[in-house]
Each structure stands twice: as structure tokens, then as C-alpha cells.
Design a protein around this ligand. Structure first.
Ligand code: AHR
Length: 504
């Protein structure tokens, strides 16, 4: 099969925001305990954080990590997680039916972020708590000493404000499963008041209001309209979430789902524009896609714990999806969609980062390893920085339940003018046919292959595990060449590729 791409250096979608490659860590299962934090692990640092995990996370160059939830945050009291550890209370976590020791709180997480070279993006509890607690938390984290909350932070070991720029006003408040679930009107009004109050403290904060938990919610996209009508002038981002599943074992349908994601982004962007027009405003609100990933492999095994049949365990094995090769293709397509919609999606967070639906897995007292999906995330985050290109793509396609004519070739292009590089991320969705890709490159000057990585597998089910951590890994590609300003590459059936060209 043949597919053609035309790339021109002047045809660009947007400058990609680095925050497109963010991540998420929740107090859920083993994400924190025995994920990032395990004081008696052989690699633990002075803060009890696993150095092996820090190294794997550092390599991803993650710009920001959302914390501490998720559903967890909607009944969380941040004060439980500060002060002397011995005095911190153990609480019942109502979201995930577990016991929370509070051994890790905002101070410990900040130290971890520093070690990883990333920033915190903090979520505020607007489920069981409200405006005053939101204000107190932000002042504790960012306020000056010489005030009550700043002095308390100092007494707890940190005089300097943490300087957290990104704040999420609650989590999935449209979801009936959420502690403190609200109607769009109730939430929109509260979010507006909280945002106004936080801005009175610091007008420069980046404030994220909750959009829909997914695009099959009965309230979507009316939720976005109503919430934004309340708080448009006070917030900067609207948060969207989406998880991908292949229960039917139908790869063609599964790999078409990023077109559903694209439509979701498109309709929320249109809703933002609608509210903006109604308000006669010139203000821009963008999308923070702060939870996305594949999530379904573990659902069956989680049922008993979530139903409370196992009591209130500490750090239970929850949401421990073992990702396969098929998920590499899916994650590649999702990231390509974010690059192509980088004009409106400015922040995105893979959910989550360690152990819980995560690219990084650990064993208590044992090793840490990369799941299959670590790689497409790694390549996009490392090499997908610069300008997203408006590619013209011609590829044969197939009809699916979510959209017709899904191209077998899913491709995104990124021009890094400063680094003099042009990078293509490509997925071949075809089960049995290779794609002969021809990409015309206009206005880029001389181009040469600098780095070509290919992921293929004999089995879509192949996975990386503790005992076989390198079953699915990228290999150096050998089938791409640039001749007379044209990139030619052969993309094997069901494959993911990252082709980086150096420009001179
Ligand atoms: O990431 C797992 C959960 O998915 C989060 O806690 C919640 O926000 C979403 O429903």
C-alpha cells in the first residue's frame, strides 16, 4: 500500500506546548506507595523515594505531574499529609476503598518532582470541601512567610514557597461516582468563586476547571457550556479525560478510537468558542487533557477490592494494566492526535505514571521496568517538541464505528527549528500490509536521517513483565532514506515509527 505526505515548513498548526507531555500520579493502588515511595527499597534516596523509578521518569522529560488525584482528591484533606509523619492520620480513601497512611504529602511529592526534574500540578478538593480549604491549600503551598499558612509550611520544613503554577479546581465533578458530585450549575458557580478567590491571592495562577470525564457522559457537551458560562473569565483551561479499551478484541475498531478523541477535542473547542462569542470576549480558554491512557486490562481483577470485599487494604494492586504491543499503536495514535490538536490542547497528562495504568511498573523490593507504552510516550516527549505541522496526508482507509475512512497511516510531523530537526511519528494500522510512505519535504533544506526507531511485534499481545522486561522494545530502523528532498520509508504492518531528520 502507498501513502503520501506533504510537509511544508510554513504550514504549521501551532507551537506545541511542552506541557503536552505531562503525567499524573494519584494516591491510588501502588502509584505512590511502592511506586515512587518505598523507604526500604535498596535504591531509596534520603526521602524514601525509589531512585530506579526517578531515573525512568527523568528520562521522559516530563514537564509537569498532576497530583494527588483523581477521584482520591475529592475526599482528601491535604493537611493530613503535612507535618510530622508519626502524627499523620491514617484515613479511609473512599474513592478506591483503601487505607491512606499519608506518609507522602505535598512536601514529599515536591521533593520527588525536584529529583525527577518536573513541576507539580496540584488538584484541589472541591468534592467534600470548598472555597476556604482551596484558599488555605494554595496559600500553604505558595504563600509568603509572615502569614499563617506560609509560617506553617516553614514550620514543616520549607520556608521558600513551592511556587506551584497549575491548579485543578476539583476532579471529574460531572461524575456521579465522585464524592461531592455536582450539577454543571452548582459546579460552575463554585469554580468561578474559587477561581476569583485564588486570583485575588495570585492573578498569574493557571487554573483548570473540570470538563467532562469522557465524551459518553450524558451531560457532555452541555456540561462544558454551562460550566464555562459561569467561569469563563476566571479560568484558563478546561480539563478533559478519556480512557481507551478493546474489550471486543477488535483491533481495527480499537485503533480508530483516536478519531473519537479528535471529535471530542473538536466539539469542546467549539463549545469554548461558543461561550466566548456569547460573552463577546477575546479571552482564550484552552484544553488541559489531564487524564488519558489505555485502561481496561485490569478492570476484572479490580472488582473485589473496589466493591470493598477485601476491607481497607494499604496500597493494593489496583488498576495494574499490563500493556501489550497493540497498546503501543494506540498510544502512538493518541499522542499524534494531541500533536495535531496542539492549537487547543495545551496540557495533557498520561494517566498515570507508575504502577496504576502506567508506563512504569515496579515490584516492592524488586525491579522497575518499562511497559510497552513507555516507548511512544518517550519518543513523543523527547522528540515531539517544536511546531506541529499541518501535513497533507493521502492514505487508503477503512470504515469504523466511530468514523469512516480511518487512514491506515496515522502520522504527525513536528518541526524543531531551533534544534534543526523534523520528526515524523507514524503508525501503520493495517494488519497485513506494509505502507510505502513517500513524504515530500518543502522548505526544509537538506535533510538526513538522524534517528529512526521502529516498533513491531509478532504478536499484538506481547508485553513487558518483571521477568521479561524487554519483550517489546524499539529497534533501530533501516528502511528510511531521504532522496532529492523526499523521505521514503517502509512501514511494516502494525508498526510504530519515529523518524527524525536533521536539517541543514
Ligand atoms: O486515573 C484513574 C481515575 O480515572 C481517576 O482517579 C479519575 O479521575 C478517573 O476516573
Amino acid at each position: 500500500m502507498r501513502a503520501t505526505v506533504t510537509a511544508h515548513r510554513d504550514y504549521r498548526i501551532a507551537a506545541i506546548d511542552d506541557r503536552l507531555y505531562g503525567a499524573f500520579l494519584e494516591h491510588l493502588g501502588r502509584a505512590i506507595y511502592s511506586g515512587i515511595y518505598e523507604p526500604d527499597h535498596p535504591t531509596a534516596d534520603a526521602n524514601g523515594m525509589r531512585r530506579d523509578v526517578i531515573e525512568l521518569a527523568r528520562a521522559l522529560k516530563i514537564p509537569l505531574v498532576r497530583y494527588p488525584g483523581g477521584n482520591f482528591v475529592s475526599a482528601y484533606n491535604w493537611q493530613d499529609g503535612v507535618g510530622l509523619r508519626e502524627k499523620r492520620p491514617t484515613r479511609l480513601d473512599l474513592a478506591w476503598h483503601a487505607s491512606e497512611s499519608n506518609a507522602v504529602g505535598v512536601h514529599e511529592f515536591a521533593a520527588w518532582c525536584e529529583a525527577v526534574g518536573t513541576e507539580m500540578m496540584l488538584a484541589i478538593n472541591l468534592g467534600s470541601r470548598g472555597l476556604d480549604e482551596a484558599r488555605n491549600f494554595v496559600e500553604y503551598v505558595n504563600g509568603p512567610t509572615g502569614s499563617y499558612w506560609g509560617d506553617l509550611r516553614k514550620a514543616n520544613g520549607r520556608a521558600e514557597p513551592f511556587g506551584v503554577k497549575h491548579w485543578c479546581l476539583g476532579n471529574e465533578m460531572d461524575g456521579p461516582w465522585q464524592v461531592g458530585h455536582k450539577t454543571a450549575h452548582e459546579y460552575g458557580r463554585l469554580a468561578n468563586e474559587v477561581a476569583k478567590t485564588l486570583r485575588a491571592f495570585d492573578p498569574s495562577l493557571n487554573l483548570v476547571v473540570c470538563g467532562s470525564s469522557h465524551s459518553d457522559m450524558p451531560t457532555y457537551p452541555e456540561w462544558e457550556r454551562v460550566v464555562l458560562e459561569h467561569c469563563f473569565d476566571a479560568v484558563d483551561y478546561i480539563s478533559l479525560h478519556m480512557y481507551f479499551a478493546n474489550y471486543e478484541k477488535n483491533t481495527a475498531e480499537y485503533l480508530a478510537l483516536n478519531h473519537k478523541l479528535d471529535a471530542y477535542i473538536g466539539s469542546v473547542a467549539a463549545t469554548i468558542d461558543f461561550v466566548r462569542a456569547r460573552k463577546r470576549s477575546k479571552k482564550r480558554v484552552a484544553i488541559s487533557f489531564d487524564e488519558w491512557n489505555v485502561w481496561y486490562h485490569s478492570k476484572e481483577q479490580d472488582r473485589e477490592i473496589l466493591a470493598g470485599a477485601k476491607g481497607w487494604p494499604q496500597a493494593p494492586r489496583l488498576l495494574e494494566d499490563v500493556y501489550n504491543f497493540e497498546d503501543v499503536l494506540q498510544v502512538g495514535c493518541i499522542l499524534n492526535t494531541f500533536i495535531r490538536r496542539s492549537d487547543v490542547v495545551r496540557i495533557a497528562c498520561v494517566a498515570q505514571l507508575v504502577n496504576v495504568i502506567a508506563p512504569i511498573m515496579t515490584e516492592p523490593r524488586g525491579p522497575a521496568w518499562r511497559q510497552t507504552i513507555y516507548y511512544p510516550y518517550y519518543f513523543a516527549s523527547r522528540f515531539g517538541r517544536g511546531d506541529a505541522l499541518q501535513l497533507s496526508v493521502r492514505s487508503p482507509g477503512y470504515d469504523s464505528a466511530v468514523a469512516d475512512n480511518i487512514p491506515y497511516l496515522d502520522v504527525a510531523g513536528v518541526h524543531d527549528a531551533e534544534g534543526r530537526a523534523l520528526t515524523f511519528f507514524a503508525v501503520n494500522r493495517h494488519a497485513s500490509e506494509s505502507i510505502d510512505l513517500e513524504a515530500d519535504l518543502h522548505g526544509f533544506g537538506h535533510a538526513a536521517i538522524a534517528n529512526h526507531q521502529v516498533m513491531t511485534s509478532e504478536s499484538l499481545e506481547a508485553a513487558n513483565t518483571r521477568d521479561a522486561p524487554s519483550t517489546v522494545t524499539p529497534k533501530k530502523g533501516a528502511t528510511a532514506a531521504v532522496v532529492n528532498g523526499r523521505l521514503n520509508a517502509k512501514l511494516p504492518p502494525y508498526s510504530y515509527q519515529m523518524i527524525r531528520l536533521s536539517l541543514s
